[in-house]
Design a protein around this ligand. Structure first.
Ligand SMILES: NC(=O)c1ccc[n+]([C@@H]2O[C@H](COP(=O)([O-])OP(=O)(O)OC[C@H]3O[C@@H](n4cnc5c(N)ncnc54)[C@H](O)[C@@H]3O)[C@@H](O)[C@H]2O)c1
Length: 269
């Protein structure tokens, strides 16, 4: 979408921390006029004001979109202060883990509401967001939400809000798993004899390059893996460890995603 379309009525972002900030970076880079962007945050990063975004000042009475990006634990304090935007003209988008549509509806009973679970690569337009709407979120509202999140990456529409917890465990938290993979690769490179900075350069570029290759064509990850693996070669030796059915990556990642999904369910309110 041309985010310039939001520029007439404005966008209000409540909570411009790591995720809200990543989204705002992405939207500003893709045509949102800083003068139409309004941040409400008690500890705003000075970069927003420096870029011409309105910070804690005179938000519009009926913005096109209200984006909630505070911690789920803060929602109880924050939602009652925002009820004036729940009249139905403003699309409410919450990116919070855990906070259910039902909870949001109690503060915004007349509003179209979309729960969205993005991830931080949105800051460079390479996020992925899953969305689920309430009954008032008609096709136009879902299109607006998909366009908003589509401006900063891919969008997946969910059939059922309950799936958002699993999305949170996979792609919401997932960038952290991948960053940890880079750390682990670099540390392993040092352990086998490389200087730390060289190992980090190699690890970072390997993960980024493999990720880009995985997205670039129709080859499955399995085919791409096989293309790296010469019979009886080095990769086969490494994968014998990594793909061990009991101690390898699969069971570890399964437990990792399950733990994050369980935590999203625990945060439910
Ligand atoms: N960080 C991620 O990768 C990620 C991914 C997907 C979803 N989320 C969701 O995004 C939300 C924010 O997470 P985060 O990681 O950006 O946290 P964060 O702590 O970086 O950001 C939260 C922001 O909210 C602000 N804030 C606190 N109280 C406020 C109030 N009363 N009114 C307005 N703003 C207030 C804080 O100052 C901070 O800037 C969470 O609900 C989280 O579940 C985060």
């Amino acid at each position: 979408m041309d985010l310039a379309k939001l520029n007439d009525r404005g966008l209000v972002l409540v909570g411009a921390g790591k995720m809200g900030g990543a989204l705002l970076d992405g939207w500003l880079a893709r045509g949102l006029d800083p003068a139409s962007a309004h941040v409400i945050d008690p500890k705003p990063d000075p970069r927003w004001a420096a870029r011409g975004v309105n910070v804690n000042a005179d938000p519009p009475a009926d913005p096109a979109v209200l984006v909630l990006a505070v911690k789920p634990q803060m929602m109880g304090d924050v939602l009652p202060t925002l009820a004036a935007w729940g009249q139905g003209r403003t699309l409410v988008v919450s990116v919070a883990a855990g906070t259910r549509i039902k909870t949001l509806e109690s503060s915004f009973p007349a509003a179209p509401i979309v729960r969205a679970m993005p991830n931080t690569p949105a800051a460079i337009g390479q996020g992925i967001t899953a969305v689920a709407g309430n009954a008032r979120a008609d096709a136009a509202a879902m299109d607006l939400a998909a366009a908003l999140m589509g401006a900063v990456g891919q969008v997946v529409q969910l059939d059922d809000e309950a799936q958002i917890d699993a999305v949170t465990g996979l792609s919401g938290s997932g960038p952290a798993y991948v960053f940890h993979l880079i750390e682990a690769l670099a540390e392993a490179g040092v352990a086998v004899g490389l200087p730390a900075d060289t190992a980090m350069t190699l690890a970072r570029a390997t993960v980024a390059g493999a990720g880009a290759l995985a997205l670039s064509g129709d080859e499955t990850p399995a085919k791409l893996r096989e293309a790296v693996t010469s019979p009886a070669g080095t990769t086969a030796a490494g994968l014998a460890v990594l793909m061990d059915p009991d101690a390898g990556l699969r069971p570890l990642i399964a437990r990792t995603v399950a733990a994050a999904t369980d935590r999203a369910r625990e945060l439910a309110q």
